[in-house]
Design a protein around this ligand. Structure first.
Ligand SMILES: Cc1ncc(COP(=O)(O)O)c(C=O)c1O
Length: 394
């Protein structure tokens, strides 16, 4: 079957809960994708920061394959070796102490919300409010959705979970106002992903750290998109020189096999048996893929390469400015980048796709890219050349 017939079938049977683009992918390797017609695409999106070492990386594929023959799942009544090993690696990288594994980012954040409420109950005399950022994105389950400071995601699903306040990102005064006598925690991304790739300002984060210390609040950082190298550090909080109490992870964590994680320090370690759980919670395939991914991430020079390639892309965009008047600016950290346009981004994304480049229209006027850390310079240049040719037409 070709792309068009697969597409027709897909549009019939797949729920229209997402605005999917008209491509059916059937193969992938590294930073290349192939659709059902065999057309080749350069991938600048990595499944939204999931395949950070490219599609079907041989080490990750081998880890999953080997694990599938060893053990896949027991139940949450027991431990598994790979689960313990991955938790140890994450604890080592973050300096945080304990890990809960979930199946997705939303579930990791759902667990973080419950943890914050329990922390408020047992350590702060019943405080329960969580302050999050306007334009944030924390996922689609009810707790994570309620933490998400974007009305467009919440409107059709009211009433949402009570006990959340939203404050303007990078506006410390707004947070000082929102943090009240019932606040037990704050939760935010350090570079907002779905909100448009908006990096936090260091003085804003320093101010929040101070408030959390003063009031003994939990500082929860959602590193689901920024974590595990994406910003050119293992975790985005390293750019800001502080250590959160709670970190959530997902996306790259399971190398494409669903997996999320909640990491806590001693102060935040308040869950007791029975408080929270899930049957699979990632599972051994995800843990094995995660261990292989962390090994790749910790190879010498990887983080430098992320920073170098990110700078290279921004320098390239800068050099286009004179020639391409629709470029309004660019922003980001490491290989988490957005190009701001003076024209709508969706037609640009569709033209790129048509020309063989996968990018994302993250806001009405911004194109987001999240390339693989190991994308070759040839692939990067090929993708940038497609983008340039497309933008020249606008
Ligand atoms: C910062 C952030 N948090 C949470 C999520 C939700 O993760 P998932 O889609 O795995 O549920 C996302 C997904 O894009 C995200 O970017």
């Amino acid at each position: 079957m070709n792309n068009a017939s697969w597409l027709k079938l897909g549009q019939d049977v797949i729920m229209k809960n997402v605005g999917r683009l008209p491509v059916v992918f059937s193969g992938a390797s590294g930073s290349k994708l192939w659709d059902a017609d065999g057309k080749e695409y350069i991938d600048f999106l990595t499944g939204i920061s999931v395949h950070n070492f490219g599609h079907c990386h041989p080490d990750i594929t081998a880890a999953i394959t080997k694990q599938a023959e060893k053990i896949v799942h027991v139940s949450n009544y027991f431990y598994m070796e790979e689960q313990i090993e991955l938790a140890r690696e994450l604890a080592k990288l973050t300096g945080l102490k304990n890990v809960f594994f979930a199946n997705s980012g939303a579930e990791a954040n759902e667990a973080a919300v419950k943890l914050a409420r329990k922390y408020g109950k047992v350590k702060l005399g019943g405080k329960y409010e969580i302050v999050t950022a306007a334009k944030s994105f924390h996922g689609r389950t009810y707790g994570a959705l309620s933490a998400t400071g974007q009305p467009k995601y919440q409107e059709s699903f009211q009433p949402i979970v009570p006990g959340f306040k939203y404050a303007e990102y990078n506006n410390l005064d707004a947070w000082k106002e929102a943090i009240g006598e019932n606040t037990c925690a704050i939760m935010l991304e350090l570079v907002q992903g779905e909100g448009g790739v908006n990096p936090a300002k260091p003085e804003f984060i320093a101010g929040l750290v101070e408030i959390c210390q003063e009031k003994n609040l939990l500082f929860i950082v959602d590193e689901i998109q920024t974590g595990l190298g994406r910003t050119g550090r293992y975790f985005a909080y390293e750019h800001f020189g502080f250590k959160p109490d709670v970190v959530t992870l997902a996306k790259m964590l399971g190398g494409g096999i669903p997996c999320g994680a909640l990491l806590v320090n001693e102060k935040a370690n308040v869950f007791a048996p029975g408080d929270h759980s899930t049957t699979v919670g990632g599972g051994a395939l995800a843990f094995a893929a995660g261990l292989a991914g962390l090994k790749l991430l910790q190879q010498p020079g990887v983080l430098e390469e992320v920073r170098r390639k990110g700078q290279y892309i921004m320098d390239t965009w800068e050099s286009w400015k004179k020639e391409i008047p629709v470029i309004a600016g660019y922003r980001g950290l490491g290989l988490m980048l957005a190009l701001e346009l003076t024209v709508p981004s969706k037609p640009v994304m569709l033209s790129c796709l048509e020309a063989g480049l996968v990018v994302n229209a993250v806001t009405d006027t911004a194109i987001r890219i999240l390339p693989a850390f190991n994308i070759t310079i040839e692939e990067l240049n090929e993708g940038l050349a497609i983008m340039k040719e497309v933008l020249k037409e606008y």
